[in-house]
Design a binder for this molecule. Structure first.
Ligand SMILES: [Mg+2]
Length: 127
């Protein structure tokens, strides 16, 4: 299934890696380096899925996720947190902010397409 995916990450290497892997799978990729840029992209386009880095300069990814959930225009977009802190409690923080799931960094490029496909197949009502 081909989807429109917004990747938000302030780390250029990570942003390129994730974007390239998913573009190779046939997905249409939109990119943003911070929450501000993500909101500019979202004002124009509604993606099927957002891969959201949590640690961003300025507004962090969880704050943006909460904002998108509170907005009727964006509240149906699937949001998956990208978190570098593989720490207990961070998964719950992501869910509490309205994320549908999370993927732990470093990204496993062999697993990423399957992980993304799983989130795309997930019903939003299950959240
Ligand atoms: Mg970051």
């Amino acid at each position: 299934m081909s989807a429109k995916i917004l990747v938000v990450d302030d780390n250029p290497t990570n942003l390129k890696l994730v974007s390239d892997v998913l573009a190779f799978e046939g997905h249409e990729i939109l990119k943003a380096v911070d929450a501000e840029e993500a909101q500019i992209v979202l004002a124009d386009t509604l993606p099927d899925l957002i891969l959201m880095d949590i640690a961003l300069p300025g507004m962090d990814g969880l704050t943006l996720a909460r904002k998108l959930r509170a907005d009727g225009r964006t509240n149906q977009i699937r949001i998956v947190a990208l978190t570098a802190f593989a720490m207990k409690g961070d998964d719950q923080k992501a869910f509490d902010a309205g994320c549908d799931g999370y993927i732990t960094k470093p990204i496993d490029t062999r697993k990423l397409p399957e992980q993304v496909a799983g989130f795309l197949a997930m019903e939003r009502s299950k959240r």
